[in-house]
Design a protein around this ligand. Sequence first.
Ligand code: HEC
Ligand code: HEC
Ligand code: HEC
Ligand code: HEC
Ligand code: HEC
Ligand code: HEC
Ligand code: HEC
Length: 278
Amino acid sequence: MRWLLVLLSVAPVFGSPVCAECHDAIYRKQRVSRHAQALRPYAGSRMALALGPGTSLEWAFGAGAQGFTAVGRSGGKYFEYGISWFTGPGRPGPTPGQSGRESPGVFKTPEEAFACFRCHSTGLMRDNSGGPDVTAFTPGLTCERCHGPGEKHVAAARERLPASIFNAARLPARASVEVCGECHRTRANLSDPVTVRFQPVGLMASRCFRESGRLSCVTCHDPHDDAVRSDAAYYSAKCLGCHTDCRRGERGNCLSCHMRQAALTPYLTFTDHRIRVY
Ligand code: HEC
Ligand code: HEC
Ligand code: HEC
Ligand code: HEC
Ligand code: HEC
Ligand code: HEC
Ligand code: HEC
């Protein structure tokens, strides 16, 4: 798919403060969103405050909704720190998914480290080894990560000329979900419990998606803001946009019966996006 390649191809970032000139309201909520905070230097991060300064720890991954994981370099090789910080209980614990590695935490290839940074940043290029070039990029997701390079759009808009730029709103539902799915993932085995963290997989398996032809992530989420937490009425109103009612006669909270919370580990909880009758 061409548009996806356009977004994936690394391009210099023009910078979201420029977008604020004409899209101030979106800019102001996006810059404090968890997307924008998905990566930051380790020094001075909340994780560093909690765990203390770590020699060779360079980056804190995660905005802290659920937790943080540190990534650093040792002998020129990237590694993932074996201890994460979990926000819920407010304490450290083992980093999930590390058991399979030969030497603790060390990425086998520069490509593996590049993949981490690419999903958590904007305008990332490769260094000579094929790993992430962390000398010139924007940590966290800013405007051009999802809308592509903005320079031409800005130049045209300033001249009051027609100013096009990529906007997923113009795509059919499946293609729109795939834009989010580049990072939130679109392929995984539905029967594996871990898959609950890959919201697109569950959503696309549900009858709501398959039979409506128009359900996508942005039906329920503002892409420039965080998920609305613990507000069942907000989401239930979205359900009622397509369903008049439930045979059960329940109107207030559809989530407790059709979109449950699932604890993946004691510290990581996700929402089952495979909308269904359990
Ligand atoms: C000088 C003002 C200006 C600046 C700066 C600007 N935009 Fe826009 N933007 C506009 C205008 C005007 C429109 C409506 C364009 C149209 O319909 O032709 C627009 C529309 C858009 C749209 C919707 C496009 C569509 O086809 O639906 C997106 C997405 C967007 N801008 C993103 C950005 C991003 C990202 C930046 C920063 C890189 C940015 N804009 C900077 C003026 C600006
Ligand atoms: C470039 C990768 C990337 C893309 C593309 C992306 N996301 Fe995310 N998203 C992330 C990361 C990384 C986080 C985790 C931030 C954190 O640590 O909490 C996240 C978190 C979220 C959250 C949770 C915020 C919260 O309240 O906890 C929502 C909701 C979300 N994304 C929705 C979307 C939607 C909708 C789209 C498509 C329009 C999308 N994302 C596209 C990487 C991405
Ligand atoms: C394919 C894109 C992708 C890659 C690769 C990726 N992440 Fe993420 N990451 C996400 C998304 C999306 C979220 C938010 C949803 C979730 O938690 O699964 C996230 C969330 C996180 C969080 C917040 C806590 C949590 O588990 O929700 C941390 C910490 C994190 N990632 C670290 C990493 C590290 C370290 C790597 C490399 C080993 C990595 N990520 C690779 C997309 C990615
Ligand atoms: C996580 C991906 C993502 C990021 C980051 C992002 N956008 Fe968007 N943006 C979208 C999606 C998806 C839509 C379409 C929303 C819809 O269909 O309702 C959109 C729509 C828009 C629009 C069209 C008007 C509107 O409200 O729908 C503008 C303008 C825009 N974005 C500007 C920005 C600016 C400016 C930034 C940075 C401050 C930004 N976006 C960051 C995904 C993103
Ligand atoms: C964009 C429209 C749309 C939205 C939004 C939507 N659904 Fe659906 N849903 C459908 C369609 C279409 C079907 C399949 C035919 C039918 O039952 O009407 C369906 C089917 C279902 C089913 C039956 C599932 C099964 O496996 O038999 C349940 C339960 C359901 N929806 C609940 C919900 C809940 C709860 C929400 C909100 C969290 C929601 N839906 C949001 C369109 C939607
Ligand atoms: C029918 C409504 C609906 C749709 C469509 C939807 N979500 Fe959600 N999403 C929710 C609800 C409800 C929550 C839980 C909010 C809370 O924590 O109270 C949630 C939470 C999330 C979270 C926070 C982590 C978690 O799992 O709890 C992420 C990330 C997320 N959604 C991403 C997505 C992505 C990506 C898509 C598109 C594949 C999507 N959502 C489509 C309703 C929806
Ligand atoms: C107390 C649990 C509960 C709540 C709350 C609930 N439902 Fe249901 N729903 C069910 C059960 C159980 C079924 C399947 C059995 C049946 O049809 O009675 C069902 C079936 C459905 C279906 C499948 C079509 C049908 O009527 O058989 C849809 C659509 C649906 N619910 C939508 C919703 C929506 C929208 C909400 C919120 C307004 C909601 N439900 C709230 C338990 C619930």
